[in-house]
Design a protein around this ligand. Sequence first.
Ligand SMILES: Cc1cc2nc3c(=O)[nH]c(=O)nc-3n(C[C@H](O)[C@H](O)[C@H](O)COP(=O)(O)OP(=O)(O)OC[C@H]3O[C@@H](n4cnc5c(N)ncnc54)[C@H](O)[C@@H]3O)c2cc1C
Length: 386
Amino acid sequence: MLDYVDLEADLGEEERLIRDTARRFVDEQVRPDIGDHFLDGTFPTDLIPEMGELGFYGSNLDGYGLPNVSERAYGLLMQELEAGDSGVRSMASVQGALVMYPIHRFGTEGQKERWLPELATGAAVGCFGLTEPEHGSDPSSMATRATRDGDGYRLTGSKTWITNAPIADVAVVWARDRSDPDDPVRGFLVETERDGVRTPKIDEKLSLRASITGEISLSDAWVPAENVLDVTGMKGPLSCLTQARYGIAWGAVGAARDCFETAREYATEREQFGKPIGGFQLQQEKLAELATRVTTGQLLAHRLADLKERGELRPQQVSMAKRNNVRMAREGSRVAREILGGNGITADYPPMRHLANMETVYTYEGTHDIHSLILGEDLTGLSAFE
Ligand SMILES: Cc1cc2nc3c(=O)[nH]c(=O)nc-3n(C[C@H](O)[C@H](O)[C@H](O)COP(=O)(O)OP(=O)(O)OC[C@H]3O[C@@H](n4cnc5c(N)ncnc54)[C@H](O)[C@@H]3O)c2cc1C
């Protein structure tokens, strides 16, 4: 497995154990069927409780029976899951970073006790509703509204592109509180079985096919005030996104590494003109470049882990890593696909699946462009968003 600058040497025992557990899980439970799931547009839902048993959800959080592993161990877990498929890593990212994290950070004691243990085991599934049909990259202009009604709120609006919405028990929904003169954004825990809540599936995806994506339609859905998270403003959803983007920065490296390993193996076995194609300089240049890019992506991810562990990680640094590593995986998966020739376009080999997945990963959690703007503003002090 590619680890060109021996990052393994600096891993702790727990970190190796978690990485190896995730790698074995992917080899045994994900790889055998993931191509079929991708073709069928299904997610291996039987793995949801198994991933819970293995401690894959919210593993860097503490209390409530959660593992509280190091940020590097959490990153390594995301890397291994995405080496299997971005859909599998997305499942763990959404559950942990976008649902458990906000409950853990902004939830009341009652909310934490109600949801964290069940989400950790996979007995309950959560989703995160921020994006709307008319508001994607600019979520602060969201139209979903909450209005005070008795000892609760009525929610109306529509969220789209929501990972896991059709199978979720609870949705973290971000909405503008119209009862407050300041119209702040607030987070609501919405049980999907409530009246006025629908979560239809989006079927026509050509990317991230082994993942369930849907909408959240809210028409006057009532939730009690006790379901409101204790945070106001965009820092609520944005702080969750920083957590998830950290996992993506790691995960993308896993997908790219899987492409590299597949291409390396194929190139050493496939013979043309009487010798393995890996013996031709043109293919060696591609493999050298791919290995170098995967390695630089790994280094960035490992550095992020150090900063996060010290509590010094800035969201802009996460943006740089998400932006770089996903672009690297998007471009690298195409090169790996190319090395596999015609076989490369099938679901029998992972590169084309990773390549298709990367179109989503390049777009969600802040598009590549949006991360360019975040970095641009950080580097110049000048905002170019509007
Ligand atoms: C499979 C999948 C799963 C997803 N899961 C979730 C989820 O669980 N929860 C959730 O809330 N969302 C989710 N999303 C939504 C995702 O976060 C959005 O698609 C993303 O934020 C982009 O929004 P948009 O699609 O509306 O594109 P738009 O915002 O309309 O952008 C279109 C294009 O314009 C560019 N652009 C936008 N603004 C600017 C600007 N100021 N300057 C320059 N260029 C700009 C963008 O970079 C992009 O190229 C998911 C998306 C997909 C595809």
